[in-house]
Design a protein around this ligand. Structure first.
Ligand SMILES: [Zn+2]
Length: 387
């Protein structure tokens, strides 16, 4: 499909003593999978006319990098005749979609920068096989390597779910333990259960973003990174965590107590348990057989839960944060629906062995009632509020 400019906007930005004119263009080009994608780029008209992959409104920028020989962020990706390179189109359009999702669906989400550096064989035959995708907190950007898929080197950034996964690590680092005074967050400690939560929330939003156009949850694809794992398998699967390139547990009975020098305490392994709880919750149905959540309500629920986590949160802490967030989000719903949501969250985590203790989370009001010997009222209160 040919290159076309369908709209443009002029902006100016100061560049030393000169004014550099930037023209924002809406592009339509073919991506790696042969699909037509829309995205914005910037045309710099001075001193040398050139067009590169940057969307100043969404704060999305995409660069080529020959990692590790070149330093971050890399080189501008410019339009090559006759059109943009398909893998670059995928990378930039995917990052733009993720930024749009965070900014439109997650009201109040931090609007950081979505910077990608991609290793790409289309970059003058870059045959480096630095594999995987990474969020680099120090550089505040994502790095996407290449894997052999169907016999050919392919940049991981062509997969929207992988791009969504990496930028959710960014979202987490901007959200958990956010201090409104310093406008900084601590993020989750990348170790043991808090690190596994970081991985799991990245997987959850990867699934939500990749399936956002499919309204029937029964038709969702629960794989992440299909074809990018060993032997062409998916990297993760929320429905069947054991059915992917590196099988994960889906119950606390199989939790791996790994040392810190082994995958930061098994963060990419044990995340399967929390992933399975999320799958259970996302597929929960009401008494009429309708799904309790859709993409928007589920994304808002998990995002609000993120804002209530602390840097050392564990799986039970996430369960509590989701229950508290559900009370906030669905507080205006009918008592029946609120009860069904509360029970669905509890059951989803119970089924993977993430259980609260009998008297855990009992509100202080209950103990006060007991002290007042108002036992009956206390028991009724407990029935209504125990998660
Ligand atoms: Zn990750």
């Amino acid at each position: 499909m040919g290159f076309s400019v369908t709209s443009c906007e002029n902006t100016e930005k100061a560049l030393g003593s000169k004014q550099e004119e930037l023209v924002r263009h809406l592009q339509n080009a073919v991506d790696y999978f042969g699909r037509s994608r829309e995205f914005y780029c910037e045309q710099q008209t001075n001193p040398h006319p050139r067009m590169h992959l940057e969307d100043t409104t969404l704060q999305v920028r995409t660069y080529y990098i020959n990692y590790p020989r070149e330093s971050f962020p890399g080189r501008d990706i410019e339009k090559q005749p006759p059109d943009w390179q398909p893998q670059s189109v995928s990378a930039h359009a995917n990052a733009s979609d993720v930024a749009k999702f965070f900014q439109t669906v997650l009201e109040g989400a931090s609007t950081g920068q979505y910077v990608s550096s991609i290793l790409c064989v289309e970059d003058n035959g870059n045959n480096s096989e630095c594999s995987g995708g990474y969020w680099l907190p120090k550089h505040q950007q994502a790095l996407f390597g290449q894997e052999i898929v169907n016999g050919q080197l392919c940049c991981c950034a062509v997969a929207q779910d992988i791009v969504a996964h990496e930028f959710t690590h960014a979202l987490t680092s901007w959200t958990v333990e956010f201090n409104p005074l310093t406008k900084k967050a601590t993020g989750l400690d990348y170790i043991n259960q808090s690190g596994a939560l970081d991985e799991s929330y990245a997987d959850i939003f990867a699934i939500l973003i990749a399936n956002q156009n499919e309204s029937d949850i029964g038709q969702w694809n629960w794989n992440i990174g299909s074809g990018f794992g060993h032997n062409g398998a998916a990297v993760r699967n929320l429905q069947h965590p054991g059915n992917c390139a590196e099988p994960q547990p889906e119950h606390m009975d199989n939790y791996l107590n790994a040392p810190e020098n082994n995958d930061h305490g098994g963060v990419h392994h044990n995340s399967g348990i929390h992933n399975k709880a999320a799958y259970n919750l996302l597929t929960s149905q009401d008494n009429q057989g309708n799904y309790l959540f859709d993409v928007t309500s589920a994304a808002q629920l998990f995002y609000l839960a993120l804002t209530r986590l602390s840097k050392r949160s564990d799986f039970i802490g996430s369960r509590r944060a989701i229950q508290q967030s559900a009370k906030t989000l669905f507080g205006q719903e009918s008592p029946e629906l609120k009860e069904q949501i509360r029970d669905a969250i509890a059951l989803s985590f119970d089924r993977v062995g993430v259980r609260v203790l009998l008297f855990d989370n009992v509100p202080m009001k209950f103990w006060t009632m007991l002290l007042n010997l108002d036992c009956l009222a206390g028991i009724l209160f407990l029935r209504r509020h125990l998660m």
